[in-house]
Design a protein around this ligand. Structure first.
Ligand code: SAM
Ligand code: SF4
Length: 351
């Protein structure tokens, strides 16, 4: 049977919100243009003009969690639910790999039908399909350390699990009672089991203060993340946060630039949320230190049901058909699409 709530594991009280380092507070207070220019030149120095292109597969919109911000939350009865079959996923992978994509990101809700066994078989099948050459990134929530171990053993390379906010009280409230401490335990487990590690947060969540912004950045730095995903919070009318203010472009760009300066080697995507809320959102992130794009390669028939927030801009665009347009667009920005695996520099460095 289905568990009634998502995997929370051990309960525990969170430690208090860190006071935040003065250094990061000063960084955040700098004039935006200055911050962006410095982040952009550091990005060029460390990563060059290449932008890693990852194929994003939103493989299930079913979720047992009840995060207050998210349209996939279990209590949202207005959403038609789907889960891709293994065959559908492999068809997209085959098409993407044929076009040169070197990373596939499997993102979904915490869906108990996708057992760890099933996920392992899927990862193995993707590796076979891509002759062992494509990297597989998973983003499917909190699991036990043993589950993470099995996924690594089956060939999964990377895992994305945003901590969402570094404020323990806010985290617990917005994530339906699941503690920040539990989320950070999962991040620890992922690292220990050998995943290349991605995390991050939403910008402009209701209740976010300057201290939270500083703590968000500090936590990313302290976790020494290989990948950092951030994006503006976008209020969804079918959630308890309907009507709240969304994050701003300026704050998103400021946080992107600060992250680049704090984590010079990290892979930082220009995210869908930024592109959905603001017409030049992704371009602005690319100009402020970001070096990754994740075009959606989910079969089109399912797109409109992976609705985390309204106005999601990838609903009619086929990521695979769009690869050439993306490459041309990046060229106009003085950048270059790079379809390779794009492993974390911390993993590929030889010294
Ligand atoms: N279920 C997994 C998890 O929560 O880690 C992966 C899928 S979840 C939909 C991916 C990300 O979507 C979350 O980490 C969250 O930051 C983001 N997200 C959810 N609702 C959002 C909203 N209303 N606005 C912006 N981002 C949102
Ligand atoms: Fe589920 Fe992730 Fe959405 Fe939370 S953010 S409701 S875990 S899909």
């Amino acid at each position: 049977g289905l568990p009634v709530r998502c995997f929370a594991g051990e309960k525990g009280r969170d430690r208090a919100l860190k006071t935040g380092s003065a250094e990061i507070a000063r960084l955040l207070a700098r004039p935006l243009e200055e911050l962006v220019a410095e982040a952009d030149s550091l990005r060029r120095l460390r990563h060059g003009d290449g932008v890693w292109i990852r194929g994003l597969l939103e493989f299930t919109n079913r979720c047992t969690c009840n995060c207050l911000y998210c349209g996939l939350r279990a209590a949202n009865g207005r959403l038609g639910r789907y889960s891709l079959t293994e065959e559908e996923i492999l068809l997209s992978v085959r098409a993407g790999f044929a076009r040169g994509l070197g990373t596939f990101v499997l993102q979904g809700g915490e869906d108990p039908d996708w057992t760890t066994d099933r996920l392992c078989r899927l990862v193995e099948a993707i590796k076979v399909e891509t002759e062992g050459r494509a990297a597989v990134t998973l983003s499917c929530g909190i699991k036990s350390r043993g589950d993470y171990r099995r996924l690594v053993a089956c060939g999964a390379d990377r895992y994305l699990l945003r901590f969402e906010t570094a404020d323990p009280a806010l985290h617990e409230r917005l994530r339906g009672g699941i503690s920040l401490r539990r989320r950070l335990q999962a991040l620890d487990d992922l690292r220990e089991e050998g995943f290349e590690l991605g995390s991050g947060f939403m910008v402009g969540l209701p209740g976010e203060t300057e201290a939270v912004r500083v703590a968000n950045l500090e936590l990313c730095r302290d976790l020494a993340l290989d990948m950092v995903g951030i994006g503006p919070f976008i209020a969804n009318p079918d959630t308890p946060l309907a009507g709240e203010a969304s994050g701003t472009l300026e704050a998103t760009v400021r946080m992107t630039a600060a992250l680049r300066l704090l984590l010079p080697d990290a892979n930082i995507p220009a995210t869908t949320a930024a592109g959905s809320l603001f017409s030049q959102g992704r371009e602005a992130m690319l100009g402020a230190g970001a070096n990754v794009l994740m075009p959606n390669v989910t079969p089109l028939a399912y797109r409109e049901r992976y609705l985390l927030y309204p106005g999601k801009d990838t609903i009619t665009q086929d990521g695979i058909q769009e690869l050439e347009a993306i490459a041309a667009h990046l060229e106009e920005l003085g950048r270059r699409a790079d379809l390779g695996r794009g492993d974390s520099p911390s993993r590929t460095r030889t010294n």
